[in-house]
Design a protein around this ligand. Structure first.
Ligand SMILES: C=C(O[C@@H]1C=C(C(=O)O)C=C[C@H]1O)C(=O)O
Length: 376
C-alpha cells in the first residue's frame, strides 16, 4: 500500500514538474513566435519596398525572380543546422517567399489538371499553397493560356525517372516561342485511397497507367484480387473511387480531400526514388542564379556524323550535357530536332562559345531557357 501511495505521490510530483517545464517551454515558444511574427512582417515590408523600387525603374517590371528565390533557398539550406531538416526549412521558406511575392503582385498559374494531379502538387510546391491556379485539360492548353497572357506562368511535366520523357511537352517547344523559366523536381509518392477503411476488400483499383506501373509489385502483394483499371488521370481515378465502395484509387495525396477519400496506405510506389521533373514556362528571361541549367532546341539535316557535329562544340567548350532527346522535326521527313540540357547559364562564357560554334553546324539553335536547377 505504502509503496503504491508513494508511487502516486512520486508521479504527482513528476506530473507537476513536467507541467512546470511545459509551461516554461510554451512561454518560450510564445516569445519566439512573437519575434518571428515581427520578423516576418519586416521581411514582407522589405519585399513591398523591392516592388516599389522595381516599378520605379521599369513600369512593366516582372516581380517574380526565380533565380533570387533559388539563391535564398540554397543559402538557408547551407545555414541550416537542424533539428529541422533541409526539406522542411525549404518548404517553410518557400511559403514565406510566396506570401511576400503575393504582396508584390498576384499571379495566376496554369497547370496540367485536373485538380488533384501531381502537376498541381508540383505547382504548389514551387509557388506556395496560396497561389491562384488554373487547371487545364492538356499540355498544349497550358502553353496557350500563357501565350494568350491569361496566366503568368504554366507548369507542365517533362520527364519521369521511371517512365522517361513526356514527348507532348517537348513537341510543344517546336511550335511555341515560350521560354523555360524554372524547373520543379517532385518525389512522387503514390497513395492508395478509398471511401472506407476496409481497403483490403476492394475489387478495383483506378489510376493513370503510369501510376499503376509504378506500384505493380505493391499491388501484386497487397491487392492481388483487384482489377487494375487505367484511366486518364489520377484525379479521374479518385473521382471514380469516390462513387464506388468496391473501388480504390492510386494517386497524389492532394486528390483525397478533393474527392472525399481517405488515404489508407501511403508511399506505395515500388521505387522510393521515383521523381518527376516539371517545367515552369513563361516569357521571362531569367538571370543567372549560380546553379543553372540551360535547355536547347537544335535542328539539323540528317547527314553522316550530324550528331557528332552537334556535340563536338559542347565538348570542346567544356559544357556538361545532362540530357539529350531526339524528336522527328515534323516539317521535313528524316530531319531531327534535338533537345539538350546542359549545366550552366547561357550568359556563361563556355555556353556562349558552344552556342556560337553550334550555330555554324545546325539549321536551328534555340535557347529554350536558362533557369535555376530545382532546389529540392
Ligand atoms: C523581394 C523580391 O521579389 C520576389 C520575392 C522574393 C522574396 O520574398 O524573397 C524573392 C524574389 C522575388 O520572386 C526580390 O526580387 O528580391
Amino acid at each position: 500500500m505504502n509503496d503504491f501511495k508513494g508511487n502516486i505521490a512520486l508521479s504527482n510530483t513528476t506530473v507537476s514538474a513536467t507541467n512546470a517545464a511545459l509551461v516554461a517551454l510554451r512561454e518560450r515558444i510564445d516569445a519566439l513566435d512573437t519575434q518571428m511574427l515581427a520578423l516576418l512582417n519586416e521581411r514582407a515590408r522589405c519585399a513591398e519596398e523591392v516592388a516599389h523600387t522595381k516599378l520605379a525603374e521599369d513600369p512593366k517590371a516582372k516581380f517574380y525572380r526565380p533565380e533570387r528565390e533559388a539563391q535564398i533557398l540554397t543559402r538557408m539550406q547551407s545555414l541550416n543546422q537542424g533539428p529541422l531538416r533541409h526539406e522542411q526549412i525549404t518548404h517553410l521558406f518557400r511559403e514565406i517567399i510566396a506570401s511576400c511575392l503575393a504582396l508584390e503582385e498576384s499571379m495566376r498559374i496554369a497547370y496540367l489538371g485536373p485538380e488533384g494531379t501531381f502537376t498541381q502538387e508540383a505547382t504548389f510546391k514551387h509557388f506556395g499553397l496560396n497561389v491562384a491556379t488554373q487547371p487545364v485539360d492538356s499540355i498544349p492548353q497550358v502553353f496557350r493560356e500563357v501565350e494568350a497572357g491569361r496566366v503568368r506562368y504554366g507548369v507542365v511535366p517533362i520527364e519521369n525517372s521511371t517512365e522517361g520523357v513526356i514527348t507532348h511537352t517537348l513537341d510543344m517547344f517546336m511550335q511555341s516561342g515560350l521560354r523555360i523559366c524554372g524547373e520543379i523536381s517532385l518525389r512522387i509518392h503514390q497513395n492508395l485511397m478509398c471511401r472506407h477503411a476496409n481497403w483490403q476488400s476492394v475489387q478495383k483499383v483506378y489510376s493513370h497507367a503510369q501510376s499503376l506501373a509504378q506500384c505493380r509489385y505493391w499491388l501484386d502483394k497487397n491487392l492481388p484480387q483487384a482489377e487494375r483499371i487505367p484511366v486518364s488521370s489520377n484525379a479521374e481515378a479518385a473521382r471514380l473511387a469516390s462513387l464506388d465502395d468496391t473501388a480504390a484509387a492510386i494517386g497524389s495525396r492532394q486528390a483525397a480531400p478533393i474527392y472525399g477519400l481517405q488515404i489508407m496506405q501511403d508511399s506505395i510506389e515500388d521505387n522510393p526514388n521515383n521523381t518527376t521533373r516539371f517545367l515552369v514556362i513563361g516569357d521571362q528571361v531569367v538571370s543567372p542564379s549560380g546553379n543553372d541549367r540551360t535547355s536547347l532546341l537544335v535542328s539539323t539535316r540528317n547527314r553522316p556524323g550530324s550528331l557528332y557535329h552537334l556535340l563536338k562544340p559542347l565538348a570542346e567548350n567544356g559544357v556538361d550535357m545532362t540530357r539529350i532527346e531526339s524528336r522527328p522535326s515534323r516539317t521535313t521527313n528524316w530531319e531531327y530536332s534535338f533537345f539538350l540540357d546542359v549545366r550552366g547559364h547561357e550568359q556563361d562564357a563556355a555556353i556562349g562559345g558552344a552556342l556560337e560554334a553550334l550555330r555554324q553546324e545546325a539549321e536551328v539553335v534555340r535557347v529554350l531557357g536558362s533557369y535555376p536547377v530545382a532546389v529540392m
